[in-house]
Design a binder for this molecule. Structure first.
Ligand SMILES: [Zn+2]
Length: 521
């Protein structure tokens, strides 16, 4: 049966036909006009939408599905990692140092070497690299090696000297910590100084940023991502402007939502204007380190954010953070005039003990879960069996009535929604640890984490194939809901469409997909 708007009056820009339409077993075709879905049904019923300028794409039995919405990632960091030195696969200190040595050999002496992805909990030796080891591997360049969680960095001696950390005049930034050995010498690991460090390293040029963004956005499209929310707490006017440039120039092909830090709340209306001018939106306010906030100030800031119509997202990985966030929301919520219009978001929700689901459900808060953490970081959690039942819970939160959406938290884990979806079902890590399998979701529910539910959370009219929804779609070789999880991980996205524009075709090199040139044939 044809499901169309104004039948036949409107001509489609794009008609995808002869396929399987996700969620509509009776349909084989979808018509797209002005960036949105205008009709779907059998191909013969859609003929009236085809005009002389309609582009036809034959799906040949493949599946047209909604594109993935990654509700929590860090685009700039992801782009830096995708185009820089990533050590996420290293599992021994020896491998890590060998990779650093190779990277250092390719970097002109004196230039900063930036690397990412070390996590001592995932190392065979279960220890951190030492300052001396880093000095030996990278003797001629200052080194910043970021922790995989993005909350700490290792520095070698050249970096420590360049930043003056051992000088008498050095003043520790607020919240920062320099770890020291028994003799008082810095070990190289610094915690809580990420922004401070970034501000002191050489600035990335606009051209470099653009080329990184273009490369990384292509990678996201190759993984089926059509929209994402950047959950970086540092985001303020400078970052909104940078994203704006990248979105406007077509370097970023996805729809972009940005969270901003609480200190930018005052200027949020002007940030919204800048964002909207290049088709982006401000997703809300990101709260970090909620345990360090004065509870009353936290509650007031939540109310202030809600008053500005901004969603409130809380970084919650530790139990204490969950408790502080839930308490603050519970104090604020009775004072909110129209709670049904506002959204509270627990980001990660890594550990949710039994006494919390009911409270979270009562607040109507979302849990933006990261199933990929189980896949990529399962070995770390398996070492703490007492916590496993509360780890990245799925099924029990759904049963408690909590709304769930998904994020990859890239680059903390790779921006691969299909891996997250498969792991939300299996709960099995890369190494084969099965962590709380009873929390596994159905494949349909897992798929919704990055489509239907993610669209609702992101306030995007997408995530489903319906008339009037944005034409943010992907072509898959098979129906993801009919595959085994292992097959799901290996499913290659063949085409990615954002707003009716094909932004990615498998096998076509990134250079031929330069933005901004409409093709007339
Ligand atoms: Zn994050």
């Amino acid at each position: 049966m044809l499901r169309g708007g104004r039948m036949g009056c409107e001509k489609a820009d794009l008609v995808l036909h002869d396929g399987n339409i996700f969620g509509h077993p009776e349909s084989d075709s979808v018509a797209i006009g002005a960036g949105s879905i205008i009709a779907f049904g059998r191909f013969r019923e859609l003929k009236s939408y085809i005009g002389p300028r309609t582009h036809l794409v034959r799906l040949g039995g493949r599946v047209l599905a909604p594109g993935f919405i990654d509700c929590h990632q860090h685009f700039m960091e992801g782009a830096a990692v995708a185009t820089g030195i990533s050590l996420v696969r290293c599992r021994t200190i020896g491998d890590l140092l060998a990779d650093l040595r190779v990277a250092a050999a390719k970097t002109p002496p004196g230039n900063w070497l930036r690397a990412f992805g070390c996590d001592e909990a995932l190392m065979h030796e279960r220890r951190r690299p030492t300052r001396d080891e880093l000095d030996q591997a990278v003797p001629k360049n200052p080194l910043r090696l970021r922790h995989q969680t993005l909350h700490a960095s290792w520095l070698n001696s050249r970096a420590i000297a360049a930043l003056g950390l051992e000088s008498d005049q050095f003043v520790l930034p607020e919240g920062g910590q320099i770890l020291r050995d028994a003799t008082g010498r810095p070990t190289g690991l610094v915690v809580g100084m990420e922004e401070w460090l970034s501000a002191r390293l050489p600035r990335v040029t606009v051209a470099e940023m653009e080329s990184r963004a273009r490369f990384y956005s292509h990678e996201l499209a190759a993984n089926g991502i059509t929209a994402f929310t950047d959950a970086t707490v540092r985001n303020g006017s400078e970052e909104v402007a940078a994203f704006s440039r990248l979105a406007a120039s077509g370097s970023i092909k996805q729809r972009v939502s940005l969270m901003v830090g609480p200190r930018h709340l005052k200027g949020i209306s002007s940030l919204r204007k800048t964002a909207a001018a290049s088709g982006m939106q401000i997703a809300g306010v990101k709260f970090m380190h909620v345990t360090q906030w004065e509870p009353e100030i936290l509650t007031q800031t939540i109310l202030e954010a809600i008053g500005q119509d901004a969603d409130c997202a809380f970084h919650v990985t530790e139990l204490e953070e969950l408790d502080a966030a839930v308490r603050a929301c519970s104090r604020a919520w009775p004072q909110v005039a129209q709670p049904q219009l506002n959204q509270l978001r627990i980001e990660h929700g890594g550990l949710i003990p039994p006494e919390y689901p009911e409270q979270i459900a009562a607040l109507g808060a979302w849990v933006v879960t990261n199933p990929s953490f189980i896949y990529y970081r399962g070995a770390k959690y398996a070492a703490e069996p007492g916590l496993i039942p509360y780890l990245y819970r799925g099924q029990s939160l759904r049963r408690a009535g909590i709304k769930l959406a998904g994020g990859t938290d890239a680059p903390v884990t790779p921006a691969k929604p299909l891996y997250a979806i498969a792991t939300a079902v299996t709960r099995v890590s890369l190494e084969g640890y099965e962590l709380a399998p009873a929390e596994g979701l159905s494949i349909e529910a897992a798929f919704a984490l990055f489509t239907r539910a993610a669209a609702q959370l992101s306030r995007l009219p997408s995530g489903e194939i319906m008339n009037g929804r944005l034409a943010d779609l992907i072509v898959l070789p098979a129906d993801p809901t009919k595959l085994q999880p292992a097959e799901l991980m290996n499913l290659a996205v063949e085409t990615t469409i954002v707003g009716g524009q094909i932004v990615y075709e498998r096998g076509r090199p990134v250079t031929s997909q330069a933005a901004g040139l409409p093709l007339f044939s």
